[in-house]
Design a binder for this molecule. Structure first.
Ligand code: C2E
Ligand code: MG
Ligand code: MG
Length: 713
């Protein structure tokens, strides 16, 4: 009932009341609304039951009810009371309007029950009642409880907020037509609400969504559980993809008549991209974008299982670039990185998408294809053909920032499954062993794993142990190989280590030095060699003051921070004259950590030692760095001397090394001279070249050396 109407009815009833003066409360209580009738002094005259119930917390029992007891507030959160008295007093000034109905004064306030703290939204509607003389006789206050509306409003706001969240949402009607797409959904799908309203849920799915399952599967789940949720790709435009979580709920009545579908789509592209980036980091090599070791090994594990199950065979290829470390050292990491990227690209282009191509470390690549050979022999044959193709594809010139680098690879292969119980890690070890064997080959550097290679590893471990525990004085000895000058006289000797193991017999330095370097036993051995050699040199130079003794220095030893100090200490202890000592370093030592190497070489030179570069020409040295170094001697590697004078190429190399040496006034030593033709070729050169090789003498003991070469001088 509207307020105006109610007031007039009340007025009438009160009039009647006044006449009858009885049952007045009954009448007032018969209204649904809470009603208070005030006297002109604003003390309550009548309070109906509804009003009493509404204000029961405020109106304490027994107390004479007062207007000031009503806990009314202007708004829900406020602690300042609503001035009901003041508000009603404003009515007391009103005058009756003859002929017209006076409009009631209305205000919304909040009632806070002091006990329960419950709040009610009230609408107060007040109006004065006049006597015939026009004086106010009563003020009538009708109180409407609006709490239900307030709750409904709040609910609506909540619903709207929920529906208008960042997630796209829509509801369909029972036929599946989209009826309520929210703004976020329109934005996400790049479709207007109008277009969407002409579409069904399935039509939209077909048009814009790629499911990971089939539409049929989705519908099946939806019908059986009334809900489906999953990750999907959303394509609002042909070339745009969002990643999203799609949730569909089905609303149906008890007879399972479908009433609505409620659909929510949450854009998780950011999360998806972050996940992809993490996966990329965890599984891919940052530099080349190839799979990393972890991913390759996971794929290998799966491939191994597959082949075991189907009794088929494939091959694992381990590829390594030759001399990559030298390239890195000589030209810098950036150039090295570009080379790796180019090699990776070549490999990728060469192989199929389904094949696994990984970079597992530095210059090490791992490959396996989808080969499904029916026998080991067949797999071996296939692998050999592929390896040859890969090698011829990768062994070429690479052009990097105006530098042309020739890079070659070696390839270790294992067919798999090899042994019935092998794991992917075992296969990896086999491929590693195969590549170690491939590196030792001179021509075609391709090698297949064979069980004897594992034997080599066992041997290697045995040697490592033996090196660590060996009594150096008992098992090791220095041998000396003569160096002859152009007048065929003894110029000096190179000290070469020999190992005689009590059980394993004689072990060549070519075999144990690399192991000693890897395990760093070379440090202990190197000290021992230097002390022995210095003592020997001291002894021999007493009679032959110009005699020089060359000593091989391992890079590991040279890179020790106190290498120079140790050398000086040994020099002082043995009293050797450094001018009789030549320290042989390899090219690698000089290119890596050039600044430090330069400082050490400068100090050693100042002390009087001579510095020689051993095996010159086999490293990746650019001749220009030689200019910076205070070195004294170049030793031409025996591999170049070997084919002289038959090979024109090798003659050219030897002659160019000689001419470089000449510009710096360096002593030249030719290593590995075995025949007269080589001597003749070398003697024809304009420079004095020292000769070292089997033709003049094999390395021999100190005693033999004295007899054969020194006492003859
Ligand atoms: P290297 O310093 O280049 O030594 C020359 C190698 O060539 C020696 O092998 C020597 O016996 C061999 N050789 C000499 N003349 C001929 C020849 O006419 N024909 C052939 N085919 N070979 C010849 P060795 O003694 O087996 O040493 C191999 C390598 O082991 C050395 O190469 C050197 O790098 C290393 N090494 C040897 N002794 C020591 C040492 O005391 N300390 C260190 N750090 N390394 C050493
Ligand atoms: Mg040497
Ligand atoms: Mg050498």
């Amino acid at each position: 009932m509207n307020a105006v109407k109610l007031h007039s009815q009340l007025e009438l009833s009160l009039e009647k009341l006044r006449e009858e003066r009885e049952n007045k409360l009954d009448i007032i209580c018969s209204f649904h609304e809470a009603i208070i009738v005030f006297k002109p002094d604003l003390s309550p005259q009548i309070i109906n039951t509804q009003a009493k119930t509404l204000f029961k917390d405020c109106l304490q029992d027994g107390a004479t009810p007062s207007i000031d007891q009503l806990c009314l507030y202007k708004n829900k959160k406020s602690t300042i009371r609503f001035d009901l008295r003041g508000w009603l007093e404003s009515l007391l000034t009103l005058k009756p309007l003859h002929g017209k109905n006076l409009e009631p004064l209305e205000v919304s306030v909040w009632l806070k029950q002091p006990q329960t703290l419950q709040t009610n939204l009230l609408m107060l509607s007040a109006k004065p009642l006049f006597t015939a003389q026009g004086d106010i006789k009563n003020i009538l206050l009708v109180i409407y409880d609006r709490s239900i509306y307030a709750q409904a409003d709040e609910q609506k706001r909540l619903m709207e907020a929920a529906f208008n969240s960042f997630d796209g949402q829509f509801i369909t009607n029972e036929k599946g037509y989209i009826t309520h797409p929210n703004d976020a959904f329109c934005a996400l799908t790049a479709l207007t609400a109008e277009t969407l309203r002409s579409m069904t849920l399935t039509r939209w799915l077909e048009q814009q969504v790629t499911l990971k399952t089939t539409t049929n599967e989705l519908l099946k789940t939806l019908l059986s559980t009334r809900h489906w949720s999953g990750e999907v790709e959303l394509h609002p435009e042909p070339n745009t993809t969002f990643y999203a979580v799609l949730s569909i709920s089905l609303l149906a009545d008890e007879q399972f008549n479908i009433e609505h579908y409620v659909v929510t789509i949450q854009n998780i592209t950011d999360i998806h991209e972050a996940q992809m980036a993490i996966a990329q980091m965890a599984y891919y090599d940052e530099l080349t974008g190839l799979a990393n070791r972890r991913l390759a090994m996971e794929h290998l594990e799966l491939a191994l299982k597959h082949h075991k199950r189907h009794a088929t065979y494939a091959s694992l290829f381990f590829i390594n670039l030759d001399r990559f470390k030298n390239i890195n050292d000589a030209f810098g990491r950036k150039i090295g990185d570009v080379l790796l990227v180019q090699v990776a690209q070549s490999l990728k282009q060469f192989l199929r998408d389904e094949d696994t191509v990984a970079r597992i470390a530095g210059d090490e690549f791992l490959i396996f294809t989808q080969d499904k050979a029916t026998s080991k022999a067949q797999a071996t044959q296939n692998a050999y053909h592929l390896a040859k193709k890969i090698a011829s594809h990768l062994n070429r010139n690479y052009h990097i920032h105006e530098i042309t680098l020739n890079s070659t690879v070696c390839i270790g292969i294992t067919v798999f499954p090899f042994n019935p119980n092998d794991t992917a890690e075992d296969l990896f070890t086999y491929a590693e062993l195969a590549i170690a064997a491939a590196k030792k080959r001179t021509n075609q550097k391709i090698y297949f794993y064979e069980p004897s290679l594992s034997q080599i590893v066992v041997e290697r471990r045995t040697l490592e142990h033996a090196l660590t525990t060996a009594d150096l004085d008992k098992q090791f000895e220095l041998h000396y190989q003569v160096q002859i000058d152009s007048d065929d006289r003894t110029h000096g000797a190179e000290a070469l280590i020999r190992w005689q193991h009590p059980q394993m017999g004689s072990i060549s330095p070519g075999k144990f030095i690399p192991i000693a370097e890897e395990g760093r036993q070379i440090l202990r051995l190197g000290h021992w060699i230097m002390a022995k050699a210095f003592l020997q040199a001291k002894q021999w130079t007493e009679k032959n003051p110009d005699f020089t003794l060359s000593i091989n220095i391992s890079p590991i030893q040279f890179h020790e921070a106190d290498f120079v100090e140790q050398t000086v200490k040994t020099m002082q202890q043995t009293l050797v004259n450094p001018k009789n000592i030549t320290l042989e370093l390899t090219e690698g030592v000089l290119i890596s950590d050039t600044q430090n190497a330069l400082k050490k070489i400068e100090r050693l030179s100042e002390l009087g030692f001579k510095i020689s570069i051993d095996d010159f020409g086999t490293g990746y040295s650019s001749l220009s760095y030689l200019q910076k170094l205070p070195i004294h001697e170049l030793k031409i590697d025996q591999s170049f001397i070997f084919r002289v004078p038959e090979s024109k190429d090798d003659i050219a190399i030897v002659e160019s090394i000689i001419s470089v040496a000449r510009t710096k006034n360096l002593t030249i030593v030719a290593e590995g001279v075995e025949n007269q033709q080589q001597v003749e070729f070398l003697r024809k050169q304009p420079d004095n070249i020292l000769i070292q090789g089997y033709l003049y003498g094999h390395p021999c003991t100190a005693d033999e050396f004295e007899t054969l070469y020194l006492n003859k001088r």
